[in-house]
Design a protein around this ligand. Structure first.
Ligand code: TYD
Length: 208
């Protein structure tokens, strides 16, 4: 049986990596086969594209180039890593997917959302996760938790107003895609959030 595809979304420092690690530990204990992967990256070519996109030296990169590189990395990652795992019947935990492009390049950078939908639909051929979990925590709080932005990361350096727009963008996407995106309240401890994620996935028959 084909595996299920779970994408994690949220602002910088929302705790995606921690939650993915806790979920992975839970799945391991239950003997549920899965992979943990990320965007941009998750395959040899996509990791190489990631280095170009996030390189702090490339401050001249145009927003259009950035959007196309994310979509290019996504297309390659999907065929190299995500689809083969799903075909093996494994669960895929993916750090970010198309909604990151809508939130960051659309709401953050201000690119036309129609252009972003076109390039991303082309990149993924309408292939969407079974569920997208949005770790809901405002960027100011999230940056406090991670003790500020990484100075070598081009996107983290984009400034507070940018990250605010990204967060507002996610909230709008939640309204627009109520079936696809599920918000997860992250105000409690990381273990409370993890338990919420497990029961949410059980409720949707994504895990037993
Ligand atoms: P990463 O260090 O993985 O950040 P995080 O741990 O917060 O996910 O770098 C990914 C960065 O790329 C992050 O700042 C969000 C950004 N991004 C986009 O702007 N658009 C996209 O489509 C994707 C997948 C990521």
């Amino acid at each position: 049986m084909r595996g299920k595809f779970i994408a994690f979304e949220g602002c910088e420092g929302a705790g995606k990596s921690t939650q993915m690690r806790l979920l992975s530990e839970y799945l391991q204990k239950k003997g549920i086969k899965h992979i943990v992967t990320r965007e941009p990256g998750g395959s040899e070519i996509s990791e190489a594209i990631r280095k170009v996109i996030l390189n702090g030296k490339f401050s001249q990169m145009s927003d259009e180039c950035e959007a196309l590189l994310y979509a290019a990395a996504r297309a390659q990652h999907l065929s190299d890593t995500v689809q083969p795992a799903l075909e093996r019947g494994e669960l895929v935990l993916c750090d970010r997917y198309v909604f990151s492009s809508y939130a960051y390049q659309g709401f953050g950078r201000g690119l036309d959302i129609k252009f972003l939908k076109n390039i991303n639909e082309y990149a993924v051929q309408h292939f969407m996760p079974d569920v997208t979990l949005f770790l809901n925590i405002p960027p100011r709080l999230a940056f406090e938790r991670k003790h500020g932005a990484d100075e070598n990361d081009r996107i983290e350096q984009a400034g507070e107003a940018f990250h605010r727009r990204v967060y507002e963008g996610y909230l709008q996407l939640l309204q627009e895609y109520p079936e696809e995106i599920v918000p997860v309240d992250c105000s409690g401890s990381k273990f409370e959030t993890s338990a919420k994620i497990v029961s949410l996935l059980q409720g949707r028959d994504i895990i037993a």
